[in-house]
Design a binder for this molecule. Structure first.
Ligand code: 13P
Ligand code: 13P
Ligand code: MG
Ligand code: MG
Length: 366
């Protein structure tokens, strides 16, 4: 059967700063969907990553379905009411528009979706990251889909020998979706040329060239393009099908052992290493380090298994310790140079205002 996976994620309020939404808030979102959504969907799961709540739906209505999007929007609205009642910090933070207009894209929440013919067994990974932006997935996707050092299946499995097609979006373009389609392995230098710039170019979709099937879908929202000012980082979600024509689960996961530096961290204005964490875990230290969680599932006739928490394994404790050290290394230099984002990316208006003020005091010496 044809199945659609949709994940919609929003920050609708959190406890003690941008830390964690808490069980009561998640229960409100879950109850809303159980109450109002059962006819529309096959199955769903609620989880949190840092201060963000994600709803993973399995259904048969395709991508961009107005009713599915409205269900998520209304569940987040219901959650926001409770967040306000409880006095949670940033209640309704990511719901940037007042009225729902057919699709949550461009309204604040992050969305990743894919539709496919279900295989007899259909394993997939659901990633959610907090205190960072969609470009955080660029390097792990490049390594997991283009590099035999991380994906041994590229040389061991004939099904992957022909490689993958990447759709890459220019997220600085605001007039519409500006996208380029590039093939791996033929064009990997071009793919790398774009993906090195995590703030401008973001992987949107990846397809298997062997079967033409969808492998990856990433949320590409940039909140400051919607709100015109800082409202929070664009904490991204991603779906990845694995095994068979696609990389094995471990080939997709292995690049996360790197803890590569990404944009985000405190006030969305710094660089920090991406730490793989368990689902439903919180944020600490310097509103970071940026974190990523991953739940592995199988979907069968639309029904989801229980999640297997991919980063809940002793191996990742070792990685987390290394990433903590990398976080300390970059925090050692405070606001200086690469520790803070470049002027164009600074999410807070304060520095921009300050610069305007100081600029007037400059004198040019001839
Ligand atoms: P496939 O079943 O996709 O061939 O996966 C082999 C495997 O388990 C690699 O780790
Ligand atoms: P969130 O985008 O996760 O809400 O974090 C915002 C922030 O400013 C953290 O310091
Ligand atoms: Mg927040
Ligand atoms: Mg967040």
């Amino acid at each position: 059967m044809k199945v659609s996976l949709t994940v919609i994620k929003a920050d609708i309020g959190s406890i003690g700063g941008h830390i964690i939404p808490g069980e009561r808030l998640k229960a409100r979102v879950r109850d809303y969907i159980e109450d109002k959504g059962t006819k529309l969907i096959h199955d769903f799961r609620i989880s949190s990553t840092g201060d963000d709540i994600a709803i993973l739906f399995s259904h048969s209505r395709g991508e961009g379905d107005a009713d599915i999007h409205k269900l998520a929007w209304d569940a987040f609205k219901a959650g926001t009411e409770l967040a306000k009642e409880m006095g949670l910090y940033g209640a309704g933070q990511d719901l940037l528009k007042d009225a729902f207009s057919g699709n949550v894209k461009g309204m604040g929440p992050a969305v990743a979706e894919m539709e496919f013919e279900e295989r007899p067994n259909e394993p997939f990974l659901f990633f959610a990251a907090d205190k960072t932006d969609p470009g955080a997935y660029n390097l792990p996707l490049y390594l997991g889909f283009c590099d035999p050092m991380y994906n041994s299946g590229l040389i061991l499995s004939p099904k992957m020998a022909s490689g993958f097609r990447f759709n890459i979006m220019d997220v600085s373009y605001t007039e519409g979706d500006r996208v380029v389609s590039l093939n791996s392995p033929e064009e990997i230098y071009d793919i790398a040329t774009l993906l090195r710039d995590n703030e401008r170019f973001v992987v949107e979709k990846i397809y298997s060239k062997n079967s033409g099937e969808i492998a990856v879908s990433v949320s590409t929202t940039r909140l400051h393009n919607i709100a015109g000012r800082y409202t929070g980082k664009d904490d991204p979600v991603m779906l990845v099908r694995v095994q068979g024509d696609f990389p094995a689960a471990g080939e997709v996961l292995s690049p996360y052992a790197k803890g590569h530096y990404v944009a985000g961290f405190m006030r969305g204005s710094h660089n920090g290493p991406l730490m793989p964490v368990k689902q439903n875990s919180s944020i600490s230290f310097f509103d970071g380090p940026p974190v990523v969680s991953c739940a592995a599932y199988c979907v069968h006739e639309g029904k989801l298994t229980e999640p297997a928490d991919a980063f809940d394994h002793p191996f990742w404790d070792y990685v987390r310790n290394n990433v903590s050290r990398k976080a300390m290394d970059i925090r050692d230099q405070g606001f200086s140079g690469p520790a803070m984002l470049g002027y164009d990316e600074l999410e807070y208006g304060g520095i921009v205002k300050n610069m305007k003020k100081i600029d007037k005091k400059f004198k040019v010496r001839k």
